[in-house]
Design a protein around this ligand. Structure first.
Ligand SMILES: [Mn+2]
Length: 318
């Protein structure tokens, strides 16, 4: 028999690409890059879970989201039902994970600020994958340094504005960020809360009220509150009901469906979203089904579209 010729080319070979269950593990099959001269949108993983007050495991979140993202990114025409592919209109890369020594929280904070600041200074926008919600704090530090005090658009079961003085964890960072002037409560909206806390001046749309007024009125209220101010979009996967997202550290029943979550995100078109995160996916509690990571990957992919549309809007406004 004849021995076939040696294969040529690299591992981006289309046959490998077509296999959703195999191949290179990056968000949406994107190229891995840290070339700051050629990035519009960067996916940045922050595998940190020392800020959680209950069950850990979100350090494994970025990798699990990347794995499920091969399903959301397999269609060349884009993620349904968006009318384009964000990958066609922007240079999107997977910047991969922020490194830090396990146990050294200060190092995570410093390294996150440094990397994200460098990306923002180079003109890119960042979608961060958690990690627990505490990672939003260094992200807000870097983003506010670039864009000024921010509106926060926050989906979550918890308000994360617990008053614990200087203590920084995944339930306190938004009050601390407000006190430090990184975010402005009056121009910020928190949606989905179903745990008790003071509002601290934020516009809080509790889960009960959201179910009462629905997606459309909630979207309208977000637009009214945020206006044309630069906004940071923070999505805690426990905004979803545990039926849709069991794989998270602090689940609370009575949350939204994945469909409602996506409708809410579609409704944010037109807002000047300059930074975003998707946090609190904890794969150890997501065993067998991976549905939490799939929800996380899909919602993160939606957030990427919002970041891209906001870039186009800023460009057209000169
Ligand atoms: Mn949270």
């Amino acid at each position: 028999m004849t021995i076939p010729p040696a294969p040529s080319g690299d591992i981006s070979d289309s046959q490998v690409f077509d296999m959703t269950y195999a191949g290179q593990l990056s968000f949406g099959r994107l190229p891995a890059s840290r070339d700051l001269s050629a990035i519009d949108l960067a996916i940045v993983g922050i595998p940190f879970d020392l800020g959680t007050t209950n069950r850990p495991g979100t350090r494994l979140g970025p990798r699990a989201i990347r794995e499920q993202s091969t399903l959301t990114a397999e269609f060349p025409s884009g993620l349904w039902p968006w009318d384009h592919s964000v990958f066609d209109r922007h240079r999107v890369v997977d910047y991969f994970d922020i490194g830090f020594a396990p146990g050294y929280t200060e190092e995570m904070l410093t390294n996150t600020v440094q990397h994200v600041s460098a990306l923002l200074e180079a003109g890119a926008n960042v979608l961060a994958l958690g990690g627990d919600h505490m990672i939003a704090y260094p992200l807000l530090q870097a983003t506010a340094a670039k864009y000024g005090p921010l509106s926060l658009i926050h989906f979550d079961a918890h308000s994360d504005t617990w008053d614990a003085g200087e203590e920084l964890n995944h339930g306190t960072m938004f009050l601390r960020a407000a006190r430090e002037g990184l975010i402005v409560p009056e121009y910020s909206v928190q949606v989905g809360m179903r745990t008790p806390n003071e509002s601290h001046g934020f516009n809080v749309i509790h889960a009960d009220r959201f179910f009462e007024i629905g997606v459309e009125a909630t979207v309208a209220e977000i637009h009214r509150t945020v206006g044309d101010r630069p906004a940071y979009l923070s999505f805690d996967i426990d905004f979803l009901d545990p039926a849709f997202a069991p794989g998270t550290g602090t689940p609370v029943i009575g949350g939204a469906t994945t469909w409602q979550a996506r409708q809410l995100l579609f409704g944010l078109k037109g807002l000047d979203i300059v930074g975003a995160d998707l946090v609190e996916v904890s794969p150890p509690y997501d065993a067998v089904t991976n549905i939490t990571a799939l929800a996380g990957a899909t919602l993160a992919h939606d957030e990427l579209y919002l970041l891209g549309l906001a870039r186009e809007q800023r460009a057209s406004q000169g």
